[in-house]
Design a protein around this ligand. Structure first.
Ligand code: PGA
Length: 242
């Protein structure tokens, strides 16, 4: 059985009441021992929030362990600060910083070396979907990012169609079911059946209190990577409850 994971990606934001939200998530985690909750705040908040008892993740890491990389943070530093997970390959970073599939692979490898669980984000743009290339794009992203070091324990995939992120228009359950099946098949092709059955695949892209239950009921959906709705206590708690 794959454990559900609901992860909040705060991006470069902080909710109005940070301690209130973190306390509420800690309480909800206690009430739902069958699932994992994770908060990925701006990196500056990791050390203080790691003391809350809630699982804390970073939003990015460098490919290198240390060195002349002004402004960057290594996976090892994030682990020392208290993070257990790190998001790599978020489409906002792929777009804004030109992160390639190979860069994303190297970031996942750096995360694994530091003992972090890598949440590898994949997803097609609206144009790629319109051209009928959604499956091909996502398959390539996964095939490149998954190394032989990747296991169901140290790696989670997040399917986040770029056009659904922050748009208020989540993918339909049919679209999500189809893409998650493609992803699970590619994990199997890369790492074998047992890993494919055990590895968690999250959906992200305008998941909210209203659509979470339907999306999370899909067979190959093992949780959510939630942006906007993770900044509002009630919305995030509703998704955890769903
Ligand atoms: P959203 O963001 O929920 O605001 O669409 C999801 C994400 O980018 O991880």
């Amino acid at each position: 059985m794959r454990r559900r994971l609901i992860a909040g990606n705060w991006k470069m934001n902080a909710p109005a009441d940070v301690p209130g939200l973190v306390d509420a998530v800690a309480k909800a985690s206690g009430e739902h021992p069958d699932l994992d909750a994770l908060i990925c705040p701006p990196a500056l908040l990791i050390p203080s929030l790691a003391k809350s008892g809630v699982n804390i993740g970073a939003q990015d890491c460098h490919t290198a362990l240390s060195g002349a990389h002004t402004g960057d943070l290594s996976a090892e530093m994030l682990a020392q600060a208290g993070a257990s997970h790190v998001i790599v390959g978020h489409s906002e970073r792929r777009a804004a910083y030109g992160e390639s599939n190979l860069t994303v692979r190297d970031k996942a490898t750096a995360a694994h070396k530091a003992g972090l669980t890598a949440i590898i984000c994949v997803g097609e743009t609206a144009a790629e979907r319109a051209e009928g290339r959604a499956s091909q794009i996502v398959t390539e992203q996964i095939r490149t990012a998954l190394t032989t070091e990747a296991t169901a324990d140290n790696t989670i995939i997040a399917y986040e169609p770029v056009w659904a992120i922050g748009s208020g228009n989540a993918a339909t359950t049919a679209e999500i079911a189809e893409m998650h099946a493609v992803i699970r098949a590619e994990i199997g092709a890369s790492l074998g059946d047992a890993t494919s059955k055990a590895m968690r695949i999250l959906y992200g892209g305008s998941m909210n209190a209203a659509n979470a239950a339907d999306i999370l009921a899909l067979e190959d959906v093992d949780g959510g990577l939630v942006g906007g709705a993770s900044l509002k206590i009630q919305d995030f708690l509703s998704i955890i409850a769903a």
